[in-house]
Write a protein of this length. Structure first.
Lengths: 103, 103
DNA sequence: CAATGGCATCAGTGAAAACTGATGTGAAAG
DNA sequence: CTTTCACATCAGTTTTCACTGATGCCATTG
């Protein structure tokens, strides 16, 4: 469905660096140091982006000593995937039935 | 898959007004006048957003006299839906197998 | 207890981009 | 032919937001 929560998710994932983070975390749970090494971005910058991702419910943290692991919450991504799939399906039937408003 | 084309699609759909346009067009093919009435946005503003959507391959135009119909291209949305679905699936197995990098 | 390392917070800066008003174009209506 | 309407283009303004440096906190290490 097309919820305001999903709209916020899209906004959050629109940033290239955040999308890269998500892509990395999908394959492997990592901590900030790893993400710094993988992306080449500065620690402060990454920390700010991870904050945004956490507040949006895309990732969750798991403290481990003085490290902090970041792992994805698949539900958020699944919600987005379903939404775009539904939109595509609706659009297909709209086009196949040539449903248009008169002007 | 996680392509640069999909990254561009996400960026384009991150704007609230553009997402609203896409949501409207999914159910019904419309022209600019209708979208002005539905969204309350100014004609110039909508025209600029529709330009972005067209250049990104999200919509296509169909001239009709002095009107211009806008219709969705479902392939773009399906590509996004598949990408997020795959990311979610990958993230699920990563979490289930507790795959994490040592630090 | 000091020193170090991992990470978060904050305020400031710069760049990207959304929005607007003015204007142009082409098609239909009169 | 003139007017009107739908829409596009463009330049200017404003706003949003990514990025940075400075700083502080907490946990480990020596």
């Amino acid at each position: 469905m097309m919820t305001s929560a999903n709209a916020e998710l899209i906004r959050v994932l629109a940033d290239p660096l955040r999308l890269r983070i998500v892509s990395l975390l999908a394959h492997e749970t990592l901590c900030t140091t790893h993400l710094v090494a993988e992306t080449g971005a500065r620690q402060t910058n990454l920390s700010n982006h991870l904050r945004v991702l956490r507040e949006a419910g895309v990732v969750e943290t798991e403290p481990c000593g003085r490290f902090t692991y970041y792992k994805l919450r698949p539900a958020a991504l699944e919600s987005l995937g379903a939404m775009f799939g539904e939109l595509a399906a609706t659009a297909r039937t709209t086009i196949e039935t040539d449903r248009k408003r008169a002007c």
